[in-house]
Design a protein around this ligand. Sequence first.
Ligand code: NAI
Ligand SMILES: N[C@@H](CC=O)C(=O)O
Ligand code: NA
Length: 917
Amino acid sequence: MRSLAVASPLPPAAAARRRPRASASASGREVISQCWKCGINQDQPLGNSLRIGHSQGSLQRHGSKNLLAAAAAISVEQAEVSTYLPKGDMWSVHKFGGTCMGTPQRIQNVADIVLGDSSERKLIIVSAMSKVTDMMFNLVHKAQSRDNSYTTALDEVFNKHMAAAKDLLDGEDLARFLAQLHSDISNLRAMLRAIFIAGHATESFSDFVVGHGELWSAQMLSYAIKKSGVPCSWMDTREILVVKPSGSNQVDPDYLESEKRLQKWFSRQPAATIIATGFIASTAENIPTTLKRDGSDFSASIIGSLVRARQVTIWTDVDGVFSADPRKVSEAVILSTLSYQEAWEMSYFGANVLHPRTIIPVMKDNIPIVIRNMFNLSAPGTMICKQPANENADLDACVKSFATIDKLALVNVEGTGMAGVPGTASAIFSAAKDVGANVIMISQASSEHSVCFAVPEKEVAAVSTALHVRFREALAAGRLSKVEVIRGCSILAAVGLRMASTPGVSAILFDALAKANINVRAIAQGCSEYNITVVLKQEDCVRALKAVHSRFFLSKTTLAVGIIGPGLIGRTLLDQLKDQAAVLKENMNIDLRVIGIIGSRTMHLSDIGVDLNQWKELLRKEAELADLDSFVRHLSENHVFPNKVLVDCTADTNVASHYYDWLKKGIHVITPNKKANSGPLDRYLKLRTLQRASYTHYFYEATVGAGLPIISTLRGLLETGDKILRIEGIFSGTLSYIFNNFEGTRTFSNVVAEAKEAGYTEPDPRDDLSGTDVARKVIILARESGLRLELSDIPVKSLVPEALRSCSSADEFMQKLPSFDQDWDRQCDEAEAAGEVLRYVGVVDVANRKGRVELQRYKRDHPFAQLSGSDNIIAFTTSRYKEQPLIVRGPGAGAEVTAGGVFCDILRLASYLGAPS
Ligand SMILES: NC(=O)C1=CN([C@@H]2O[C@H](COP(=O)(O)OP(=O)(O)OC[C@H]3O[C@@H](n4cnc5c(N)ncnc54)[C@H](O)[C@@H]3O)[C@@H](O)[C@H]2O)C=CC1
Ligand SMILES: N[C@@H](CC=O)C(=O)O
Ligand code: NA
């Protein structure tokens, strides 16, 4: 065997300084106690060097077999207990993770935070400098894989710490630290060499090597604090914390023994500021071990409990615990408080809070844990403590946070033979256990006809096979009908202690999911009610998370909007949205984001929202070729916003033909375009049936009377049980304007041009003059009233001269229209001579299940003759409004009022989705 001799790392002066102290306190176990007493700080141990010193001697004496025992010989000195360990409020415990200890500057910042804490006594737990633990694991891995490069990797570890120390410390402190570092590295080199030769490292070996990161960072911090004149000791927690293994990769603290050891340690070094190593501990047999994953948090919690600290502060690089994963929910907020149970539940669901076991030690003594950001000292952080009694008890505050678990599969075991048969559930779950599957959630309805449970997707094939084997006979005999596997699932959990005692929480949760059009596959809620768990399709999970989070947390309804057709109405709507967005956000908690605009030629897309101050430039300069399919895909695949709406501001039949598919995709539709509702009846009925059966919404108030409340009034009458007899009125803003203004002073064609200029006409004014636009409105109202009519069922009196019907464009039509002005002069004169006016009216004759559109003459005192501008007037004659019809009157065309009507529909949608009304 090769010699493992290690050169003395200490310069002669330092070695000389060590010796007298070592001998002064030497007890029976000379080597060990010598090192314990030869520290740099009063009687402080030099930690690992003493053990390596011992191991070195032992190695030479006992050979490599005893390497571990020798290396790990951590002893508790039989010192007299002279100073009792005080316990209670005077102690504050802090823990700084690897990121906080990442650079010399950060270690100095940690020192400043510690110095700034005015507590009487402070116990500071530190992790290794960031990345060091991985580097140390890598050393072991390389050595046991017989990879010689472990030596250079060890040099890197040395260099990293030497450089940090040189930056941070100076003078004697630096010399002492470097001497210790040299010594440790030499001994590690020897130990790794032994591992290299053996080709194997036991867990204890590995733990011993890995724990050095904490030993070095604790020493560096204690020197940094001492530098400012504050007495400070450092503690190797392997001398204090005693743990025993408890199952796979877990340990349980031995509180009694640990407390005894702490007491003894303290009696020797009763410092007011103690820097202790996180992560590392020892077994009852004094073999070095670690506290496993997130071990430093656990160290802080155990030590906090041992001294009955006032508070344990875990310093990290985030402002506290978020209400949901901020990478998935950008609006996630920092929680100011969390109960122990809530933190526990959240940790289980993968929220990066604390490992559940970290909470146990402090929970038994009601010691609060505060999570704080060392890089943002102004953030107060999150306090995890006993549920505060006076906490806001309103419904929304019952849910503290949301978490998700992906890559799951549901297993559904179903059959009539399960009901009332004891042992079925046990057989199902023992089959899962036999293949080592981790059952994450179980749900069984009380009918007992099915049991369903979630397991990680990678384990589901084995579970399914095991169940088919176990229930072969039952399946063959039909007692079980199926063992079904549903892959691609996720769990979404709502966590909150007060859910247990508050009715209505689950209703809100499921309502938010339904409104986001998300299908729930399974549900579980234990009677502890700290969480409600739902299983969903994985692809829906982020959207679901956003939907429930915004419903409970922010009460902010976020709505992604896609605008199709930025023509007159579309661009006016965009302007209105731009002007009102901030007010809606502030006053109504509604966050509207236009994430796409598509015109006939180009489209501009954004994931988080188009800047509405410059949408026109963006649509010109930063646009792609218009493609409606990819536009819709952009909207439906956006995972930032849970709710999406397409606003069709075209007059295009083709665009309208897609509404069905969009609603099916869960995208809401809002439109002033009349084509869908006045198109083929079967398609209309299919669309309405789908929409009524789903939680997607389809609003079209502006299709009749623009912004006037026509559809909503009719709906209100119908839904409250009124019977519609007749709807009659002037439904065309264009025709209203024309006949209100064609009074002999201007030609007919001039007035038509004015209506077009004012934005009242359809993109092609022949749609207005032909009566088609009015007929479409009549059809829309007729269908809304329950009549099954086609557009062709409506007799229409067209005002478009026969000769102009075949014009190839609206422009050509407008150019040729003046040649027919004389005909119009004649009709107008005739009416005037009779004391009448011309009005173009539409009638929905519900009683006779008919509709019609006609040009009529009315006496000058008739209400229809009293209109001005683009006024519409619509009279509803119903069972309730029989003698006097209910009349709605006002401008029924024009950019502002129409866009306003569309905007109203958007807000109606937001309100349906949960925005305050
Ligand atoms: N002007 C008014 O007072 C009222 C209009 N409406 C309806 O509002 C809708 C829009 O009317 P206006 O804005 O006046 O028309 P417009 O012609 O000014 O705007 C329509 C826009 O849609 C674009 N477009 C057409 N097909 C498209 C497609 N497939 N994909 C993307 N973009 C396309 C056009 O390029 C144009 O920019 C029409 O359906 C109209 O019936 C409803 C009530 C009142
Ligand atoms: N062109 C239409 C616009 C509203 O639907 C009209 O004039 O009424
Ligand atoms: Na309307």
